[in-house]
Design a protein around this ligand. Structure first.
Ligand code: T4K
Length: 378
Protein backbone atom coordinates (compact mmCIF):
# COMPACT_ATOMS: atom_id res chain seq x y z
CA UNK A 1 0.00 0.00 0.00
CA UNK A 2 1.28 3.44 -0.89
CA UNK A 3 0.89 6.29 1.57
CA UNK A 4 -2.04 8.54 0.63
CA UNK A 5 -1.22 11.99 -0.69
CA UNK A 6 -0.53 14.28 2.28
CA UNK A 7 -3.38 16.52 3.31
CA UNK A 8 -1.09 19.52 3.31
CA UNK A 9 -0.10 19.03 -0.34
CA UNK A 10 -1.96 20.80 -3.10
CA UNK A 11 -4.71 18.60 -4.51
CA UNK A 12 -4.35 18.43 -8.28
CA UNK A 13 -7.02 17.42 -10.76
CA UNK A 14 -5.04 14.26 -11.34
CA UNK A 15 -1.89 12.52 -10.27
CA UNK A 16 -0.33 9.59 -12.07
CA UNK A 17 -0.47 6.25 -10.33
CA UNK A 18 2.86 4.49 -10.65
CA UNK A 19 3.82 0.86 -10.29
CA UNK A 20 6.35 0.05 -7.57
CA UNK A 21 9.83 0.94 -8.80
CA UNK A 22 10.81 -2.67 -8.05
CA UNK A 23 8.43 -3.82 -10.79
CA UNK A 24 10.08 -1.54 -13.35
CA UNK A 25 13.74 -2.18 -12.50
CA UNK A 26 13.97 -5.74 -13.90
CA UNK A 27 12.52 -4.48 -17.17
CA UNK A 28 15.07 -1.67 -17.27
CA UNK A 29 17.81 -4.23 -16.62
CA UNK A 30 16.63 -6.15 -19.68
CA UNK A 31 16.81 -2.97 -21.75
CA UNK A 32 20.29 -2.16 -20.43
CA UNK A 33 21.44 -5.67 -21.30
CA UNK A 34 19.96 -5.67 -24.81
CA UNK A 35 20.86 -2.08 -25.75
CA UNK A 36 17.60 -1.99 -27.74
CA UNK A 37 16.05 1.36 -26.87
CA UNK A 38 13.64 2.04 -29.73
CA UNK A 39 12.15 0.94 -33.07
CA UNK A 40 9.65 -1.74 -32.10
CA UNK A 41 11.93 -3.64 -29.72
CA UNK A 42 10.97 -6.48 -27.40
CA UNK A 43 9.32 -4.24 -24.76
CA UNK A 44 7.10 -2.56 -27.34
CA UNK A 45 6.13 -5.93 -28.79
CA UNK A 46 5.35 -7.29 -25.32
CA UNK A 47 3.25 -4.27 -24.41
CA UNK A 48 1.32 -4.42 -27.68
CA UNK A 49 0.44 -8.07 -27.14
CA UNK A 50 -0.48 -7.49 -23.48
CA UNK A 51 -2.66 -4.50 -24.35
CA UNK A 52 -4.49 -6.42 -27.09
CA UNK A 53 -5.32 -9.12 -24.55
CA UNK A 54 -6.24 -6.67 -21.82
CA UNK A 55 -8.41 -4.45 -24.01
CA UNK A 56 -9.99 -7.24 -26.03
CA UNK A 57 -8.88 -5.86 -29.40
CA UNK A 58 -7.16 -7.67 -32.24
CA UNK A 59 -4.50 -5.20 -33.34
CA UNK A 60 -2.93 -2.01 -32.09
CA UNK A 61 0.10 0.11 -32.87
CA UNK A 62 1.91 1.81 -30.01
CA UNK A 63 2.71 5.47 -30.65
CA UNK A 64 4.61 8.26 -28.92
CA UNK A 65 1.41 10.11 -27.94
CA UNK A 66 -2.25 10.30 -28.94
CA UNK A 67 -1.82 13.52 -30.91
CA UNK A 68 0.51 11.78 -33.36
CA UNK A 69 -1.74 8.71 -33.20
CA UNK A 70 -4.67 10.81 -34.41
CA UNK A 71 -2.59 12.29 -37.22
CA UNK A 72 -1.54 8.79 -38.29
CA UNK A 73 -5.09 7.47 -38.14
CA UNK A 74 -6.41 10.29 -40.30
CA UNK A 75 -3.51 10.02 -42.75
CA UNK A 76 -4.01 6.26 -43.00
CA UNK A 77 -7.59 6.92 -44.10
CA UNK A 78 -6.42 9.29 -46.83
CA UNK A 79 -7.46 12.44 -45.00
CA UNK A 80 -5.44 15.42 -46.24
CA UNK A 81 -4.57 13.78 -49.54
CA UNK A 82 -6.59 16.39 -51.43
CA UNK A 83 -6.61 20.14 -50.86
CA UNK A 84 -9.75 21.25 -49.05
CA UNK A 85 -10.38 17.94 -47.26
CA UNK A 86 -12.64 18.31 -44.21
CA UNK A 87 -13.20 16.30 -41.04
CA UNK A 88 -16.40 16.69 -39.02
CA UNK A 89 -15.57 16.83 -35.32
CA UNK A 90 -16.51 18.16 -31.90
CA UNK A 91 -15.34 21.52 -30.55
CA UNK A 92 -15.68 20.22 -26.96
CA UNK A 93 -12.41 18.38 -26.51
CA UNK A 94 -8.74 18.89 -25.76
CA UNK A 95 -7.22 21.03 -28.49
CA UNK A 96 -5.16 18.09 -29.80
CA UNK A 97 -8.30 16.68 -31.47
CA UNK A 98 -8.59 19.59 -33.91
CA UNK A 99 -4.83 20.12 -34.15
CA UNK A 100 -4.51 16.54 -35.43
CA UNK A 101 -6.96 17.31 -38.24
CA UNK A 102 -4.92 20.36 -39.22
CA UNK A 103 -1.63 18.48 -38.95
CA UNK A 104 -3.06 15.78 -41.22
CA UNK A 105 -3.64 18.51 -43.81
CA UNK A 106 -7.41 18.92 -43.47
CA UNK A 107 -9.84 21.44 -41.98
CA UNK A 108 -11.99 20.63 -38.96
CA UNK A 109 -15.70 21.30 -39.34
CA UNK A 110 -17.22 21.68 -35.90
CA UNK A 111 -20.61 20.19 -35.06
CA UNK A 112 -22.49 20.48 -31.79
CA UNK A 113 -22.59 17.90 -29.01
CA UNK A 114 -25.31 15.95 -27.26
CA UNK A 115 -26.35 17.60 -23.97
CA UNK A 116 -26.49 14.31 -22.05
CA UNK A 117 -23.16 12.77 -23.06
CA UNK A 118 -21.25 15.89 -24.23
CA UNK A 119 -20.08 13.85 -27.24
CA UNK A 120 -20.61 14.57 -30.95
CA UNK A 121 -24.32 14.71 -31.80
CA UNK A 122 -24.95 12.55 -34.90
CA UNK A 123 -27.76 14.86 -36.06
CA UNK A 124 -25.49 17.91 -35.83
CA UNK A 125 -22.68 15.97 -37.49
CA UNK A 126 -25.07 15.04 -40.33
CA UNK A 127 -25.70 18.74 -40.99
CA UNK A 128 -21.94 19.41 -41.10
CA UNK A 129 -21.18 16.79 -43.74
CA UNK A 130 -20.48 18.18 -47.20
CA UNK A 131 -18.79 17.14 -50.44
CA UNK A 132 -15.28 17.69 -48.99
CA UNK A 133 -15.88 15.60 -45.83
CA UNK A 134 -13.40 12.71 -45.64
CA UNK A 135 -14.00 11.43 -42.10
CA UNK A 136 -15.86 11.87 -38.82
CA UNK A 137 -13.68 12.35 -35.73
CA UNK A 138 -15.64 11.86 -32.51
CA UNK A 139 -14.37 11.90 -28.92
CA UNK A 140 -15.44 9.60 -26.08
CA UNK A 141 -15.29 12.65 -23.82
CA UNK A 142 -14.30 11.76 -20.21
CA UNK A 143 -14.65 8.12 -21.28
CA UNK A 144 -18.38 8.46 -21.97
CA UNK A 145 -19.06 6.43 -25.13
CA UNK A 146 -20.27 8.40 -28.13
CA UNK A 147 -23.58 7.46 -29.78
CA UNK A 148 -21.89 4.54 -31.54
CA UNK A 149 -24.99 3.35 -33.40
CA UNK A 150 -25.97 6.87 -34.48
CA UNK A 151 -22.50 7.65 -35.79
CA UNK A 152 -22.20 4.26 -37.50
CA UNK A 153 -25.50 4.83 -39.29
CA UNK A 154 -24.46 8.33 -40.34
CA UNK A 155 -21.06 7.14 -41.55
CA UNK A 156 -22.71 4.27 -43.43
CA UNK A 157 -25.11 6.62 -45.23
CA UNK A 158 -22.20 8.77 -46.45
CA UNK A 159 -19.59 6.01 -46.84
CA UNK A 160 -17.27 7.83 -44.42
CA UNK A 161 -14.80 6.37 -41.92
CA UNK A 162 -15.20 7.16 -38.21
CA UNK A 163 -12.11 7.79 -36.11
CA UNK A 164 -12.67 7.73 -32.37
CA UNK A 165 -10.45 9.88 -30.21
CA UNK A 166 -10.41 7.43 -27.31
CA UNK A 167 -7.76 9.34 -25.34
CA UNK A 168 -10.04 9.09 -22.27
CA UNK A 169 -11.51 5.65 -22.95
CA UNK A 170 -8.96 3.04 -21.85
CA UNK A 171 -10.91 -0.10 -20.95
CA UNK A 172 -14.35 1.47 -21.41
CA UNK A 173 -17.06 -1.04 -22.30
CA UNK A 174 -20.61 -0.82 -23.57
CA UNK A 175 -23.20 -3.59 -23.75
CA UNK A 176 -21.60 -4.49 -27.11
CA UNK A 177 -18.09 -4.92 -25.62
CA UNK A 178 -15.00 -2.71 -25.81
CA UNK A 179 -15.72 0.78 -27.08
CA UNK A 180 -12.40 0.53 -28.91
CA UNK A 181 -13.92 -1.86 -31.43
CA UNK A 182 -16.36 0.75 -32.71
CA UNK A 183 -15.64 2.84 -35.78
CA UNK A 184 -12.79 2.47 -38.24
CA UNK A 185 -9.87 3.35 -35.96
CA UNK A 186 -9.58 4.39 -32.30
CA UNK A 187 -6.75 6.30 -30.69
CA UNK A 188 -5.78 5.95 -27.02
CA UNK A 189 -3.60 8.29 -24.96
CA UNK A 190 -1.17 6.93 -22.40
CA UNK A 191 -0.19 10.38 -21.14
CA UNK A 192 0.73 10.72 -17.46
CA UNK A 193 -2.72 12.17 -16.75
CA UNK A 194 -4.59 9.15 -18.12
CA UNK A 195 -6.08 6.01 -16.57
CA UNK A 196 -3.24 3.92 -18.02
CA UNK A 197 -0.01 5.80 -18.57
CA UNK A 198 3.48 5.41 -19.99
CA UNK A 199 4.43 9.05 -19.15
CA UNK A 200 3.94 9.92 -22.83
CA UNK A 201 2.41 7.43 -25.21
CA UNK A 202 -0.66 6.12 -26.95
CA UNK A 203 -1.96 3.55 -29.38
CA UNK A 204 -3.96 3.29 -32.57
CA UNK A 205 -6.42 0.40 -32.50
CA UNK A 206 -6.73 -1.13 -35.97
CA UNK A 207 -9.32 -3.58 -37.38
CA UNK A 208 -6.84 -5.92 -39.09
CA UNK A 209 -3.17 -6.83 -39.44
CA UNK A 210 -2.71 -4.98 -42.75
CA UNK A 211 -4.03 -1.70 -41.33
CA UNK A 212 -1.83 -2.07 -38.27
CA UNK A 213 1.19 -2.67 -40.52
CA UNK A 214 0.34 0.44 -42.55
CA UNK A 215 0.07 2.54 -39.39
CA UNK A 216 3.35 1.13 -38.05
CA UNK A 217 5.00 2.11 -41.30
CA UNK A 218 3.60 5.65 -41.24
CA UNK A 219 4.83 5.91 -37.63
CA UNK A 220 8.34 4.91 -38.74
CA UNK A 221 9.07 7.54 -41.40
CA UNK A 222 7.12 5.60 -44.05
CA UNK A 223 9.88 2.97 -44.18
CA UNK A 224 8.69 -0.32 -45.70
CA UNK A 225 12.17 -1.87 -45.64
CA UNK A 226 15.74 -0.65 -45.77
CA UNK A 227 15.59 0.33 -49.43
CA UNK A 228 11.92 1.09 -49.83
CA UNK A 229 10.25 4.23 -48.50
CA UNK A 230 7.11 4.59 -50.60
CA UNK A 231 5.43 7.40 -48.68
CA UNK A 232 5.94 10.33 -46.34
CA UNK A 233 5.77 9.22 -42.72
CA UNK A 234 6.72 10.65 -39.40
CA UNK A 235 8.41 9.41 -36.27
CA UNK A 236 5.68 8.47 -33.82
CA UNK A 237 7.27 5.39 -32.27
CA UNK A 238 7.11 4.57 -28.57
CA UNK A 239 10.51 4.01 -26.93
CA UNK A 240 11.42 0.84 -25.06
CA UNK A 241 11.63 2.81 -21.80
CA UNK A 242 8.07 4.00 -22.14
CA UNK A 243 6.91 0.52 -23.12
CA UNK A 244 8.62 -0.96 -20.04
CA UNK A 245 6.74 1.46 -17.81
CA UNK A 246 3.55 0.39 -19.57
CA UNK A 247 4.20 -3.30 -18.95
CA UNK A 248 4.64 -2.65 -15.24
CA UNK A 249 1.65 -0.28 -15.19
CA UNK A 250 -0.72 -2.74 -16.82
CA UNK A 251 -0.55 -4.98 -13.77
CA UNK A 252 -2.21 -2.36 -11.60
CA UNK A 253 -4.64 -0.68 -13.95
CA UNK A 254 -7.73 -2.69 -12.96
CA UNK A 255 -7.11 -1.96 -9.27
CA UNK A 256 -6.64 1.71 -10.19
CA UNK A 257 -9.96 1.79 -12.05
CA UNK A 258 -11.66 0.18 -9.04
CA UNK A 259 -10.10 2.82 -6.76
CA UNK A 260 -11.27 5.57 -9.14
CA UNK A 261 -14.76 4.07 -8.96
CA UNK A 262 -14.69 4.39 -5.16
CA UNK A 263 -13.68 8.06 -5.50
CA UNK A 264 -16.56 8.64 -7.95
CA UNK A 265 -19.05 7.03 -5.58
CA UNK A 266 -17.84 9.19 -2.68
CA UNK A 267 -18.36 12.30 -4.83
CA UNK A 268 -21.84 11.18 -5.89
CA UNK A 269 -22.81 10.53 -2.28
CA UNK A 270 -21.23 13.71 -0.95
CA UNK A 271 -22.74 15.93 -3.62
CA UNK A 272 -26.22 14.38 -3.64
CA UNK A 273 -28.88 17.04 -3.28
CA UNK A 274 -26.58 20.01 -4.03
CA UNK A 275 -28.70 22.25 -6.22
CA UNK A 276 -27.09 23.45 -9.44
CA UNK A 277 -24.45 20.74 -9.78
CA UNK A 278 -24.95 18.03 -12.40
CA UNK A 279 -22.69 15.01 -12.47
CA UNK A 280 -21.61 14.37 -16.06
CA UNK A 281 -20.46 10.81 -15.33
CA UNK A 282 -22.74 9.32 -12.65
CA UNK A 283 -20.84 6.39 -11.15
CA UNK A 284 -23.62 3.85 -11.63
CA UNK A 285 -23.22 3.74 -15.43
CA UNK A 286 -21.65 0.34 -16.15
CA UNK A 287 -18.41 -0.17 -18.05
CA UNK A 288 -16.76 3.15 -17.25
CA UNK A 289 -13.14 3.82 -16.30
CA UNK A 290 -13.69 6.91 -14.10
CA UNK A 291 -11.01 8.85 -15.96
CA UNK A 292 -12.37 12.20 -14.77
CA UNK A 293 -15.08 13.56 -12.51
CA UNK A 294 -16.65 16.50 -14.35
CA UNK A 295 -19.54 18.47 -12.88
CA UNK A 296 -21.65 21.07 -14.68
CA UNK A 297 -22.19 24.19 -12.59
CA UNK A 298 -25.65 25.51 -13.41
CA UNK A 299 -27.39 28.86 -12.83
CA UNK A 300 -29.04 27.64 -9.62
CA UNK A 301 -25.65 26.97 -7.95
CA UNK A 302 -24.78 29.79 -5.51
CA UNK A 303 -21.67 30.92 -7.42
CA UNK A 304 -20.51 30.76 -11.02
CA UNK A 305 -18.13 28.08 -12.33
CA UNK A 306 -15.09 30.37 -12.43
CA UNK A 307 -15.71 31.70 -8.93
CA UNK A 308 -16.04 28.14 -7.67
CA UNK A 309 -12.76 27.16 -9.36
CA UNK A 310 -11.07 30.19 -7.79
CA UNK A 311 -12.40 29.32 -4.30
CA UNK A 312 -11.17 25.77 -4.63
CA UNK A 313 -7.82 27.07 -5.90
CA UNK A 314 -7.48 29.37 -2.88
CA UNK A 315 -7.84 26.25 -0.72
CA UNK A 316 -5.11 24.45 -2.67
CA UNK A 317 -7.56 22.36 -4.72
CA UNK A 318 -6.76 22.61 -8.42
CA UNK A 319 -9.91 21.58 -10.26
CA UNK A 320 -9.70 22.21 -14.01
CA UNK A 321 -12.06 23.60 -16.67
CA UNK A 322 -11.68 20.76 -19.18
CA UNK A 323 -12.69 21.82 -21.84
CA UNK A 324 -12.62 25.61 -21.84
CA UNK A 325 -12.22 27.52 -24.09
CA UNK A 326 -14.04 25.67 -26.83
CA UNK A 327 -11.58 24.66 -29.54
CA UNK A 328 -13.65 26.62 -32.06
CA UNK A 329 -12.98 29.82 -30.07
CA UNK A 330 -9.18 29.44 -30.24
CA UNK A 331 -7.15 31.59 -32.67
CA UNK A 332 -6.31 28.81 -35.17
CA UNK A 333 -9.99 27.92 -35.59
CA UNK A 334 -12.27 30.84 -34.73
CA UNK A 335 -12.40 32.21 -38.28
CA UNK A 336 -13.90 29.02 -39.68
CA UNK A 337 -17.57 29.15 -40.72
CA UNK A 338 -18.35 26.16 -38.49
CA UNK A 339 -16.83 27.97 -35.48
CA UNK A 340 -19.77 30.40 -35.39
CA UNK A 341 -20.96 30.25 -31.77
CA UNK A 342 -24.60 30.34 -32.90
CA UNK A 343 -24.20 26.83 -34.32
CA UNK A 344 -22.69 25.31 -31.17
CA UNK A 345 -25.03 26.20 -28.29
CA UNK A 346 -24.69 22.93 -26.36
CA UNK A 347 -20.91 22.91 -26.58
CA UNK A 348 -20.79 26.55 -25.48
CA UNK A 349 -22.92 25.85 -22.44
CA UNK A 350 -20.77 22.85 -21.52
CA UNK A 351 -17.52 24.83 -21.84
CA UNK A 352 -19.00 27.59 -19.67
CA UNK A 353 -20.23 25.27 -16.94
CA UNK A 354 -17.85 22.33 -16.66
CA UNK A 355 -15.38 21.78 -13.86
CA UNK A 356 -13.32 18.60 -13.47
CA UNK A 357 -12.81 17.74 -9.82
CA UNK A 358 -9.71 15.94 -8.52
CA UNK A 359 -9.90 12.30 -9.62
CA UNK A 360 -7.11 9.78 -9.23
CA UNK A 361 -6.78 6.38 -7.57
CA UNK A 362 -4.77 7.56 -4.56
CA UNK A 363 -6.94 10.57 -3.71
CA UNK A 364 -7.03 10.59 0.09
CA UNK A 365 -10.66 10.36 1.30
CA UNK A 366 -9.98 13.14 3.83
CA UNK A 367 -8.75 15.40 1.01
CA UNK A 368 -11.78 14.44 -1.03
CA UNK A 369 -14.07 15.42 1.84
CA UNK A 370 -12.45 18.87 1.85
CA UNK A 371 -13.32 19.16 -1.85
CA UNK A 372 -16.90 18.00 -1.21
CA UNK A 373 -17.31 20.37 1.77
CA UNK A 374 -16.21 23.32 -0.33
CA UNK A 375 -18.61 22.34 -3.11
CA UNK A 376 -21.46 22.06 -0.61
CA UNK A 377 -20.61 25.42 1.00
CA UNK A 378 -18.82 27.50 -1.68
N1 T4K B 1 -7.55 13.85 -27.27
C1 T4K B 1 -8.08 14.15 -26.07
C2 T4K B 1 -9.54 14.10 -25.90
C3 T4K B 1 -7.23 14.48 -24.99
O1 T4K B 1 -7.74 14.79 -23.78
C4 T4K B 1 -5.84 14.49 -25.20
C5 T4K B 1 -4.93 14.83 -24.13
C6 T4K B 1 -5.34 14.16 -26.48
C7 T4K B 1 -6.23 13.85 -27.49
C8 T4K B 1 -3.86 14.13 -26.78
O2 T4K B 1 -3.21 13.12 -26.03
P1 T4K B 1 -1.61 13.17 -25.89
O3 T4K B 1 -1.03 13.61 -27.20
O4 T4K B 1 -1.28 14.11 -24.73
O5 T4K B 1 -1.26 11.71 -25.59
C9 T4K B 1 -3.20 17.42 -20.17
C10 T4K B 1 -2.42 16.40 -20.96
O6 T4K B 1 -1.14 16.87 -21.37
C11 T4K B 1 -3.14 15.85 -22.14
O7 T4K B 1 -2.57 14.58 -22.43
C12 T4K B 1 -4.62 15.64 -21.85
N2 T4K B 1 -5.36 15.23 -23.02
C13 T4K B 1 -5.25 16.90 -21.30
C14 T4K B 1 -6.71 16.72 -20.98
O8 T4K B 1 -4.57 17.25 -20.10
P2 T4K B 1 -2.68 19.89 -19.40
O9 T4K B 1 -1.84 20.92 -20.05
O10 T4K B 1 -4.00 20.29 -18.89
O11 T4K B 1 -1.87 19.09 -18.26
P3 T4K B 1 -1.15 19.64 -16.96
O12 T4K B 1 0.33 19.58 -17.17
O13 T4K B 1 -1.73 20.95 -16.56
O14 T4K B 1 -1.52 18.51 -15.92
C15 T4K B 1 -2.74 18.46 -15.22
C16 T4K B 1 -2.45 18.09 -13.78
O15 T4K B 1 -1.96 16.76 -13.71
C17 T4K B 1 -1.39 18.93 -13.12
O16 T4K B 1 -2.01 20.00 -12.47
C18 T4K B 1 -0.71 18.00 -12.15
C19 T4K B 1 -0.97 16.63 -12.70
N3 T4K B 1 0.22 16.01 -13.31
C20 T4K B 1 0.51 16.23 -14.63
C21 T4K B 1 1.62 15.64 -15.20
C22 T4K B 1 1.97 15.90 -16.65
C23 T4K B 1 1.02 15.19 -12.53
O17 T4K B 1 0.75 15.02 -11.33
N4 T4K B 1 2.11 14.59 -13.10
C24 T4K B 1 2.45 14.78 -14.41
O18 T4K B 1 3.44 14.20 -14.88
O19 T4K B 1 -2.87 18.74 -20.52
Amino acid sequence: MRAPVSRRSPIYVTRPALPPLAAVLPLLEEIWASRILANNGPMAQRLEAALCRHLGVGHLSLVANATLGLVLALRQLGVGARPGDEVVTTPFSFVATAHAVRLAGATPVFADIDPATLTLDPAAAARAIGPATRAILAVHCYGTPCDLAGLAALAGRHALPVVYDAAHAFGVRTAGGSVLRAGTLSVLSFHATKVFGTAEGGAVVAPDRATKAAIDRLANHGIADEASIPEVGLNAKMSELHAALGIAQLGRVEADIAARGAVARRYAEGLAGVAGLRLVCPPERPGQNFYAFPVLVGPDYPVGRDALAARLGAAGIFARRYFFPLISDLPPYRGLPSADPAGLPVARAAAAGVLCLPMFPELDPADQHRVIDLLRHP
